[in-house]
Design a protein around this ligand. Structure first.
Ligand SMILES: CSC[C@H]1O[C@@H](n2cnc3c(O)ncnc32)[C@H](O)[C@@H]1O
Ligand SMILES: [Zn+2]
Length: 448
């Protein structure tokens, strides 16, 4: 957190709230990690003559992006298994690799690699769901990245826990440790309806209420999931979650590609948040989430990348653009998810899903100074007719020049300030060699 006053003077401020607004020649005053004022640049300089001034020519200053669904450590599994449907991808490739390799050091390096990628691309907060969450939390705390770390619950034994009971035990211990990490908080993260028992879901419902934390769950990812649930429980996954008392505004439902009109009305009534991962859904051919209809029904939709093994990037610019385009193509309505709404889904809607709407997700006085500066002077975004259009439809993450989290500059002119990029790249390379040597039946590339 910076102790001094700093005025950021970009060419444009895109506060996100109100949606669609662009403020030209305005600035943002940061004090003690918070946004203390937003106003005309000249006036801020006059009013706060003691403040450090940071000029950001031709930059658009936006709220930091919120990646609402990640498995950070899976950055080490990028490209390991592509072009497969979900269950073959998981059962034949990802789970065997995780059984063999996932441990504390794997998760530490994978999380560092993912955070390096996310920070450089303008993401300031991620909502994670993976094994060794204590290690992910410690890495995020060390780097100074805002995050919500899932307490994984799954009936599959791993190196982190053998039984659902042990997942709870270790997860609750981790929740206590996180109380000392100012940028890190926790959520329950049951893996999916097909890997978590009713008993565990009951316990999650009551503990989540008691601890006042969200429940982050892969749900309705594929048609096969619905049929499997009907076969096993005599209920669709959505009906089962309803019976278990989980369809509430605490639920962050990831994927949701199999919705009918009645489901959408039900989600809207219950206040369930939908975490939309368009690249992963398309790549695994899981289905398409009806984002335009959800949005029209008043459901809060936020955007996430999913893990790098199914996306295969952690690029929130690409994901947001894809979300806007896919909503139009899938609904047949070019007005569906306009650029302004897509940007909201990548920022304030993520904040809302996490219950942090009063702290992050927009540039408003009193909120944390989690910000990203995007250089629009690049040829690819010149001339600038419409700033938000450029941010969503034309700009790429490589145009992010600077990033602040709680007022601390974590990316400075494209360089990471709190994470050693060279060391992380070297460590990731070493893990890559190990995984390749063990050849768990991965991508099957022919290398000579
Ligand atoms: C306990 S959560 C981590 C668990 O989830 C697996 N995973 C990653 N992406 C997906 C997805 O899209 N659907 C279902 N499961 C997924 C990951 O490999 C871990 O085993
Ligand atoms: Zn996922």
């Amino acid at each position: 957190m910076s102790a001094v006053r700093e005025i950021l003077l970009p060419r444009w401020v895109v506060p996100v709230r109100p949606e669609g607004v662009v403020l030209e020649n305005h600035g943002v005053l940061i004090e003690a990690g918070r946004i203390a004022a937003v106003g005309h640049g000249d006036e801020l300089r006059r009013e706060y003559p003691d403040a450090t001034v940071t000029e950001l020519p031709e930059r658009a200053l936006i709220p930091g992006l919120v990646n609402i669904h990640t498995h950070s450590a899976m950055a080490l599994m990028r490209g390991l298994a592509d072009d497969l449907p979900l269950m073959r991808w998981l059962e034949d490739h990802i789970w065997p690799t995780e059984q063999r390799w996932v441990g504390a050091e794997f998760v530490r390096v994978g999380t560092d690699l993912a955070m390096a990628e996310m920070l450089r691309g303008g993401t300031t907060c991620f909502n994670d769901n993976y094994f060794f969450p204590d290690v992910t939390a410690a890495a995020a705390d060390r780097v100074g990245m805002r995050s919500v770390i899932g307490i994984p619950i799954i009936s599959v034994p791993t190196a982190w826990a053998q039984t659902e009971d042990e997942y709870f035990r270790r997860g609750l211990d981790m929740h206590q440790q996180l109380l000392d990490m100012p940028l890190v908080s926790s959520a329950f993260a049951p893996h999916a309806p097909y890997t978590v028992t009713d008993k565990a879901f009951h316990r999650i419902r009551s503990l989540a209420e008691e601890m006042d934390i969200p429940v982050h769950l892969h749900l309705l990812e594929t048609a096969g999931e619905i049929q499997g649930s009907i076969d096993q429980y005599g209920l669709s996954p959505l009906d089962r979650m309803d019976v278990l008392g989980l369809l509430t505004d605490r639920l962050l439902a990831v994927h949701m590609t199999q919705l009918d009109d009645a489901d959408i009305a039900r989600l809207a009534r219950a206040g369930v948040h939908v975490l939309h991962c368009p690249a992963s859904n398309l790549k695994l051919a899981s289905g398409i989430c009806r984002v335009a209809d959800l949005d029209a029904a008043g459901v809060n939709v936020a955007i996430g990348t999913d893990g790098a093994a199914s996306n295969n990037t952690l690029d929130m610019f690409a994901e947001t653009r894809l979300a806007a385009l896919l909503a139009k193509g899938a609904s047949g309505d070019p007005e569906a998810v306009p650029a302004e709404r897509a940007l909201s889904m990548a920022t304030i809607n993520g904040a809302k899903a996490l219950g942090q709407e009063d702290r992050i997700g927009s540039i408003e006085v009193g909120k944390c100074a989690d910000l990203a500066a995007v250089d629009l002077s690049a040829m690819e975004t010149s001339p600038v007719h419409h700033v938000i259009s450029h941010l969503v439809y034309a700009a790429s993450r490589s145009q992010v020049s600077d990033v602040w989290i709680e007022g601390r500059r974590v990316v400075d002119g494209g360089a990471l300030t709190t994470l050693d990029a060279d060391r992380t790249a070297r460590e990731a390379e070493q893990w890559g060699r190990r995984l390749l040597a063990s050849d768990q039946g991965g991508a099957g590339e022919i290398r000579s």
